[in-house]
Design a protein around this ligand. Structure first.
Ligand code: SF4
Length: 305
């Protein structure tokens, strides 16, 4: 049987859009420059770009551990078991330690695209004790808030039969393109679909746009009426929940923004296996602050130094 050839297809998500807006060159590195690294013999530039693509910062990694620990909580609940706040915290600590070991040593090298590799370790940035302590406190605070906050009671009480999505990586088609939407958690109560997103950082205006793209997903996937969707941004580290009922006007604004972003990406998209690179389509926008935390700063020729 012939193997299906992988093709570099355009896809869209709110986080890809953010990357595109931040710096198109970063978007090119992340989505095109490492394409086909697995066929590169001997390993060379594409492999190097892939290694940079997988880098994650300490705060982002701590947030990822919180997400995975909560996902585990849902798995246990589905099976009829449960966890205490302390156990949820320990789960996230164990995940954190496992990733830290991979990153601080050579463990990540065996499977760099599937391992944890911290930006700070890669670039030899000293991680002060206060930063790891801050990360530990974040894990603890998030676990406690998730398990004990009255604002999250409806999440903890929702019956597994009412769940519509738990960290499910899913897609739908829009303007002929695959759209990734990953609501952290969604459940239905009567006719109302509640969509939750766990946040471990501070509230940002952008979070609302991302949540609205999940509402678009709910309309598309579950044929939910926009008025029957309630969005919840749960800032676990800040110990607060923002509830946002969806209205048609806001949703249509989010859809327009998504369409504009997607069309701009469509104009620049190319197939690295077939087409020549037109680097002018991927201008760098260097700024010291931005480049300082960019994964690709070590290989980007335009990085602000
Ligand atoms: S280092 Fe700066 S210019 Fe280069 S890709 Fe990153 S953000 Fe863009």
């Amino acid at each position: 049987m012939a193997t299906k050839q992988l093709k570099c297809e355009l896809s869209w998500s709110a986080s890809r859009a953010k990357e595109w807006d931040r710096c198109r060159r970063e978007n090119w590195y992340a989505r095109y420059a490492s394409w086909g690294w697995w066929t590169e013999q001997p390993r060379g530039q594409k492999y190097e770009v892939m290694v940079h693509k997988t880098l994650t910062s300490l705060p982002a990694y701590a947030g990822d551990c919180v997400h995975r620990a909560i996902e585990r909580w849902f798995e246990l609940k589905r099976g009829g078991a449960s966890m205490t706040a302390e156990e949820l915290y320990q789960e996230s600590v164990n995940l954190f330690r496992e990733g830290w070991r991979q990153s601080a040593g050579d463990g990540w090298k065996a499977r760099p695209n599937k391992s944890t590799h911290l930006f700070e370790h890669h670039y030899d940035i000293e991680i002060a004790k206060e930063r790891t302590e801050k990360a530990r406190e974040l894990l603890e605070r998030c676990a406690k808030y998730f398990m004990e906050s009255p604002a999250l009671e409806p999440v903890r009480q929702a019956h597994p039969d009412s769940w519509r999505s738990v960290e499910t990586l899913d897609t739908y088609q829009y303007l002929g393109t695959k759209i990734y939407a990953v609501p952290d958690f969604a459940y239905i109560d009567g006719d109302t679909v509640h969509i939750w997103d766990w946040k471990t950082g501070k509230p940002r205006e952008e979070d609302l746009f991302q949540l609205h793209t999940y509402a678009l997903y709910a309309c598309e996937k579950w044929s939910t009426d926009p008025e029957d969707i309630v969005l919840h941004a749960a800032y676990l580290g800040e110990e607060e929940v923002k509830e946002v009922p969806v209205n048609l006007e806001q949703l249509s604004k989010a859809q327009d923004r998504m369409s504009d972003s997607l069309r701009a990406m469509m104009d620049a998209h190319y197939d690295p296996d077939e087409d020549d690179l037109v680097i002018e389509n991927w201008p760098a926008s260097p700024e010291a602050r931005k480049c300082g935390w960019c994964r690709f700063r070590g290989i980007c020729t335009d990085a602000a130094r």
